[in-house]
Design a protein around this ligand. Structure first.
Ligand SMILES: Cc1cc2nc3c(=O)[nH]c(=O)nc-3n(C[C@H](O)[C@H](O)[C@H](O)COP(=O)(O)O)c2cc1C
Length: 369
């Protein structure tokens, strides 16, 4: 048995069985004109499934709310045309032996008026702030909150009905759900603001509504991060105890799998232990966890200069990753840019062909078309 085999055994996580532990990380590409997935999108995902990925998590796809979208040409997850496009993606991934979960998304205050769909609608968020202390949009009313909760539930029901294998809720990176979690952008004085328990209420309502919409057996993945795109050093929880309380509330609401977004998977989350964020999440909740962040690459993805260019990176050793998989620190491993550069990354790694792996270059997304 070769060392990489630990990544390439079938794995059953309660409600989800996968042919291996490799997950395609969600990556926005803005290549769906009219906000509808097209044949090029189908081919893009099919190639990654053919390339051996066990589970594809799609690019962020917006739920049906007027202010959900923050970038042009992002595929929506509502409307007959977009759902028919997604169904083609799902069928192609299944035909290639893979599984797929859409990443359901609302950008919150990151939205600027003018992005379609949504026209002049301003960004919607807990306190109208994309950044701490700076009001730039609309503070959500109870009606807005109820509408967004219902939109996530409807999207999840639609995902199930077109044959998706799970859904992922985007609760990370300083977008809407995370804007509620983060004290910096949640200054509400109603039941949705205050301590972290209150700031989690919005997420919990979404998770419960999604669970009610999809039934008990359909897997719900929840992605979260300590860091925010607005502040890489931000943290929701400073200790394992706080993290345990935070995550167990989400777990009890209905999360099956946590996707723990970090930029560098090898970094310990708290002093005094080697465990990374996914390792702690699994230990504290008993739920399966996905790790992510520079797997197989020598540099993390976010630029320090605040530009939108995702960083280029060279292939790097996965020895540290394999050690952690062998120690059973986490369950699944998400790969981002390396899968843009190498659609067959999983098959190449399974075969030990490390020398044939290409570097990730900044303009690769554009070249994919
Ligand atoms: C081009 C690009 C687009 C991304 N879009 C999303 C997204 O839509 N949703 C999300 O949760 N993360 C997104 N991310 C973050 C990735 O899912 C992943 O966490 C990050 O790239 C780190 O993995 P990597 O180092 O293997 O690339 C994106 C990253 C890149 C490079």
């Amino acid at each position: 048995m070769s060392r990489v085999d630990s990544l390439f055994q079938p794995v059953t996580l309660d409600k989800l069985t996968l042919k291996n532990r490799i997950v395609m990380a969600p990556m926005t590409r803005t290549y769906s004109p009219g906000n509808v997935p097209n044949d090029l999108n189908v081919a893009y995902y099919r190639r990654r499934a053919e390339g051996g990925v066990g589970l594809i998590i799609t690019e962020g796809t917006c739920v049906n709310h007027i202010a959900a979208s923050g970038y042009p040409n992002v595929p929506m997850f509502y409307g007959d045309e977009a759902l028919a496009g997604w169904k083609k993606v799902v069928d192609a991934v299944h035909a290639a032996g893979g599984k797929i979960a859409p990443q359901l998304w609302h950008v919150g205050a990151i939205r600027r008026p003018g992005v379609e769909p949504g026209g002049d609608t301003p960004g919607h968020s807990p306190s109208g702030m994309a950044r701490p202390g700076k009001v730039s949009g609309h503070a959500m009313t109870q009606q807005d909150i109820d509408d967004v909760v219902a939109a996530f539930a409807q999207a999840a029901a639609d995902a199930k009905s077109i044959g998706c294998d799970a859904v992922e809720l985007h609760g990370a990176h300083g977008y809407l759900i995370d804007q509620f979690f983060w004290e910096g952008t949640n200054q509400r004085d109603d039941a949705y603001g205050g301590d972290l328990a209150a700031r989690s209420r919005f997420a919990i309502e979404i998770i419960r509504a999604v669970r009610a919409a999809v039934g008990p057996d359909f897997p719900i993945i929840f992605r979260y991060s300590q860091w925010k795109q607005q502040d890489y050093a931000a943290r929701l929880c400073d200790t394992p105890e706080e993290l345990g309380v935070f995550l167990n509330r989400l777990s009890e609401a209905g999360v099956d799998i946590f996707h723990c977004s970090t930029r560098r998977f090898w970094e310990p989350e708290f002093e005094g232990s080697d465990l990374n964020l996914a390792g702690w999440t699994r230990k504290l909740t008993g739920k399966p966890a996905i790790t992510v962040g520079s797997v197989g690459l020598n540099a993390d993805f976010l630029p320090e200069d605040g530009t939108a260019n995702f960083k280029a990176a060279e292939p790097a050793s996965i020895d540290n990753l394999l050690e952690r998989v062998e120690r059973d620190e986490f369950d699944l491993v998400a790969v981002g840019r390396a899968l843009i550069a190498n659609p067959d990354w999983a098959n190449q790694v399974a075969a030990g062909n490390f020398d044939s792996l290409a570097a990730y270059e900044k303009d690769m997304l554009q070249k994919l078309a």
